[in-house]
Design a protein around this ligand. Structure first.
Ligand SMILES: NC(=O)c1ccc[n+]([C@@H]2O[C@H](COP(=O)([O-])OP(=O)(O)OC[C@H]3O[C@@H](n4cnc5c(N)ncnc54)[C@H](O)[C@@H]3O)[C@@H](O)[C@H]2O)c1
Length: 274
């Protein structure tokens, strides 16, 4: 992007700064709860999205719906983010389809069947599966797709850590529910944070900005008791909705955030403030 060298704000079209017209944004986990909100937001601001997800999540169907709704080319791509060949094919197919990549949002996560098992009972297999998808998957997409952007005209990467890589879980949240926050999840997301900060300076002179969004408590038909517990502990007194996370992505993907890199934009209703 061209930086306008002026302090005369009257020369600036601030609405235009948020536009994503003509931009191509890859969203891993794009068929997920928040991934779908990211996709809608990008499309409404004029961009084209690549919905990259596992076959079970039917990324092609969602991309087709968006293509029909917005009348622009969108792509659905089936992959496992932890497999290098899949990620390389994703990059090659997107470059072939659009000739460019402007942004990457890493919105995938792995929840195994025994995801909520107690720490003492966590198996090697479950630990590895969570780290493999959440951390290695983010490493691979950043390396392969971010590397392409660094070698071409730059771009914006958004990685998604978690409240529980920023602070420890308040275990009272889970009282009376069968939910919890596994250490494997926190550890994988801590790795995502460190990797993101590393890449922010590593690619700072190559026109690739690397930022993070930390969502928190996005409502998804949770048990009533969980929602009550959550509301009692939250400064804003409620859970959030996926569209409330997506606005942060519009800022970080667009020229509105041209001087922002290495940042973690926390969308947590104040949870980590007190
Ligand atoms: N929902 C929340 O409250 C919350 C809070 C903090 C952080 N997050 C993070 O935000 C991101 C999005 O969360 P969400 O609620 O939309 O999750 P979600 O479970 O609804 O979506 C995750 C998506 O990742 C996909 N996926 C799983 N394994 C994959 C793989 N190997 N390769 C490619 N895709 C794969 C799934 O199919 C799914 O569509 C996740 O990284 C999550 O950890 C969510």
């Amino acid at each position: 992007m061209e930086v306008v060298r002026t302090n005369d704000s009257s020369e600036i079209d601030f609405r235009k700064k948020f536009e994503l017209e003509g931009k191509v944004i890859i969203i891993t986990g794009g068929s997920g709860l928040i991934g779908k909100a990211f996709a809608e937001a990008v499309c409404q601001y004029g961009g084209s999205v690549v919905i990259a997800d596992i076959p079970k999540a039917e990324p092609r169907d969602f991309a087709e719906q968006l293509e029909n709704k917005y009348g622009r080319k969108m792509v659905g791509f089936e992959l496992d983010v932890a497999i290098r060949e899949d990620v390389m094919k994703l990059r090659d197919d997107v470059v072939k389809a659009f000739g460019r990549i402007d942004g990457l949002i890493n919105s995938h996560q792995n929840k195994t069947a025994r995801f909520f098992a107690n720490f003492e009972e966590y198996t090697d297999e479950d630990w590895d599966a969570v780290i493999e998808t959440n951390l290695k998957g983010t490493f691979l997409t950043c390396q392969v797709i971010g590397g392409w952007m660094a070698n071409n005209s730059g771009g914006s990467i958004i990685n998604i850590p978690s409240t529980y890589s920023v602070v420890a879980p308040n275990q009272n949240l889970y009282t009376g529910t069968n939910l919890g926050c596994p250490a494997a999840y926190s550890a994988s997301k801590g790795g995502v944070m460190a990797l993101s900060q590393y890449l922010a300076t590593y690619w700072s002179t190559r026109n690739v900005r690397v930022n993070q969004i930390t969502p928190h408590g996005v409502w998804n038909n949770h048990q009533e008791r969980f929602e009550q517990n959550f509301s009692g502990l939250s400064p804003l007194g409620r859970m959030s909705y996926s569209h409330e996370v997506a606005g942060a992505a519009l800022f970080l993907l667009s020229d509105a955030s041209s001087y922002v890199t290495g940042h973690n934009l926390i969308v947590d209703g104040g949870w980590t403030t007190w």
